[in-house]
Design a protein around this ligand. Structure first.
Ligand SMILES: Nc1nc2c(ncn2[C@@H]2O[C@H](COP(=O)(O)OP(=O)(O)O)[C@@H](O)[C@H]2O)c(=O)[nH]1
Ligand SMILES: [Mg+2]
Length: 145
């Protein structure tokens, strides 16, 4: 499996997505530091995105990855990604809209997709870590990079 790094606010579903992709049992655990799960997924604390002084830590960590996943929950109306922030990674950047089971209104989903594309995502996937919807297409896309 390709190595990925997950970036997104606290609560956006990074740890759950890692667990889904690695078929681990879903169990809630707050990520306190950078963790490598299953040798392939780098889970980062949400604080790294929320405070610009931590951006460097994300960039350094991303060097180890084949792709960067930017996560945003479908039911979250506050956007934190900077325009074109993909540029700092020098890696393929993929947008992932999580929690589609909580809000699947088309206008909401396209608003989030727009924000992720504005941040530089080359593709955007819609997933639910609860139902598992969309996870397979995301994994397939990553493996083909
Ligand atoms: N309904 C729903 N809840 C989710 C989804 N993904 C994560 N959650 C829940 O949202 C909370 C935060 O998820 P977590 O993976 O820890 O987010 P992280 O802080 O980005 O690692 C937890 O209570 C998860 O069970 C999803 O796709 N749908
Ligand atoms: Mg986490």
């Amino acid at each position: 499996m390709k190595k990925i790094i997950l970036v997104g606010k606290s609560g956006s579903g990074k740890t759950s997505l890692c667990q889904r992709m690695l078929h681990e049992e879903l169990n809630y655990k707050k990520t306190q530091a950078i963790e490598v799960l299953g040798g392939t997924a780098i889970d980062t604390p949400g604080e790294y995105l929320e405070h610009r002084q931590f951006y460097k830590a994300l960039v350094v960590t991303a060097v180890d990855a084949d792709a960067v996943l930017l996560l945003h929950a479908a039911n979250d109306t506050e956007f934190v990604f900077s325009p074109r922030m993909s540029g700092m990674f020098n890696r393929p950047v993929i947008g992932v809209v999580t929690k589609t089971d909580l809000d699947s209104r088309p206008e909401r989903l396209s608003q989030v997709e727009y924000a992720l594309r504005y941040a530089g995502a080359q593709a955007v996937f819609f997933v639910s870590n609860r139902t598992g919807e969309g996870i397979d297409s995301l994994k397939e896309y990553i493996e083909k990079l």
